[in-house]
Design a protein around this ligand. Structure first.
Ligand SMILES: *Cc1c(COP(=O)(O)O)cnc(C)c1O
Length: 444
């Protein structure tokens, strides 16, 4: 397994120790856009997107199939990102009306959009049908009835996939494992509910059943979970063919490819994953002598995560004496659990470093915290930071490109940070910082 690196590919330190990203000095970024600030290394993010496209495209071509990449937009979304993905030949997943509208505004063709969600509203389904999204992934038998009626009323045939829970349990945390039985997503393979739902879609004249979908979880390192899931999905496709005489066109294997959040974390490289998964599928399909389906995958964090960092300004620092007699340096920054949800939600690990300088001072046991009214408001639980870390220092937290801005909130009426991207010395604003006027404008 490859040892990962949480830093964007263009991150480098100048002679004075200041970090630059995409050729832009962090001091310039902080001065022009304020902190906290989300910074995306454009070359890195698009490089990861095209690496997935090419690795899976080539590996599946090798077994006489195809594999499209649907970027899971909930990881990191702006109209400009949707534009990048469209330009780079990717497809995109959305899971709400808001995500759908941003994807369309950025120029992602509707035909390349997949709509997800365990509880889609009528308004979301109608809008998706009106613009002509490429697929709607149905999550329940109730949704099949609702969608079939809406499509019939609009006089269209809705392209659908059925979301299947295969029972493969994988992923870093209970809340991001999504294919076991006792959770809200999908229809169970083991109980027969998935097959029944597929047959129901197949028989509805206003639905066109493209195939089946599964997403086993997130931050998955073990390739065997993906292989197992592919094998079960091929088995389900065969059961459906036995029942109906029809071989479904497509199987979507979801996302969940792991990234490095801290130095020495392991990551799942797209080439290795693509070859292993295609290998298993090739052997099964060739052995059964049936028509080869098309495939798709849905990486989110593996495209956006390592490409993004968050810049903060240090405020209060204090040393706290621990029970074992040691001390911990608390470094409070100008954001926290409003812009960085993954530590408090999943106990996720991150690292941090001074951004505008390097220090000769010894590293000391430190914790980066935010400015919210909760003791759980932690950005980085354990990290060595220089003992002379001081008010006004810029601090950078890498690997925050996924599930950062998209999970952010206005807790304590903080202003959500801007999102900018950097490339070859140029900075582009994707989403501007919230303003106090924005908060006041909502007050009635
Ligand atoms: C969240 C999600 C993904 C992406 O997961 P990552 O861990 O970011 O790769 C893909 N597909 C579905 C259906 C999801 O809900």
């Amino acid at each position: 397994m490859a040892l990962g690196n949480p830093w964007p590919t263009t991150a480098s330190r100048g002679a004075d120790g200041a970090l630059s990203l995409g050729g832009v000095d962090v001091r310039t970024l902080a001065a022009e856009h304020g902190t906290p600030l989300y910074v995306i290394d454009e070359a890195d993010m698009r490089g990861r997107a095209t690496a997935f496209r090419d690795a899976f495209g080539e590996a599946f071509a090798g077994i006489g199939s195809e594999c499209e990449v649907y970027y899971a937009s909930k990881a990191s979304l702006s109209a400009r990102i949707a534009g990048w993905m469209a330009e780079d030949g990717l497809h995109m997943d959305v899971a709400s009306l808001g995500e759908l509208e941003i994807a369309l505004a950025g120029g992602m063709p509707a035909a390349r959009i997949g709509l997800h969600g365990n509880n889609k509203s009528d308004a979301e389904l109608v809008r998706a049908l009106e613009v002509g999204v490429g697929r709607i992934i149905v999550d329940s038998t109730m949704e099949i009835t609702v969608l079939a009626a809406l499509a019939a009323r609009l006089g269209v045939v809705a392209p659908v996939m059925v979301r299947v829970t295969t029972g493969v349990h994988a992923g870093g945390h209970e809340y991001i494992a999504t294919s076991h039985e006792d959770q809200k997503f999908g229809l169970s393979l083991a109980s027969g509910a998935a097959l029944e739902a597929m047959i129901e879609c197949f028989e509805q004249p206003s639905l066109h059943l493209l195939g089946i979908h599964t997403h086993i979880g997130s931050q998955i390192l073990g390739i065997d979970a993906f292989e197992e899931s592919a094998e079960r999905m091929l088995g389900l496709r065969a059961q459906f063919a036995e029942a109906t005489g029809t071989w479904l066109e497509e199987i979507d294997l979801g996302g969940g490819y792991a990234i490095a959040y801290v130095e020495d974390d392991e990551e799942l490289a797209p080439t290795r994953a693509a070859q292993a998964i295609a290998g298993v599928i090739g052997r099964i399909v060739a052995g059964a002598a049936v028509a080869m389906p098309r495939f798709s995958i849905e990486p989110g964090r593996a495209i956006a995560g390592p490409a993004g960092v968050t810049l903060y300004t240090v405020g209060v620092t204090k040393d706290v004496t621990l029970e074992d007699g040691g001390t911990r340096q608390y470094v409070a920054v100008d954001g926290g659990m409003s812009d960085h949800m993954r530590t408090i939600t999943y106990g996720a690990e991150y690292t941090a470093a001074l951004a505008a300088r390097v220090s000769e001072a010894p590293g000391v046991q430190s914790r980066v915290v935010g400015k919210h009214c909760e003791s759980g408001d932690i950005v980085v639980r354990d990290v060595q930071l220089p003992a002379d870390t001081a008010r006004g220092d810029l601090l950078v937290v890498p690997a925050t490109g996924a599930y950062g801005r998209t999970m952010s909130n206005n807790y304590n009426a903080l202003l959500r940070p801007a999102v900018v991207s950097v490339r070859k010395g140029e900075t582009t604003v994707h989403i501007r910082r919230d303003r106090i006027e924005d908060l006041l404008a909502l007050q009635q």
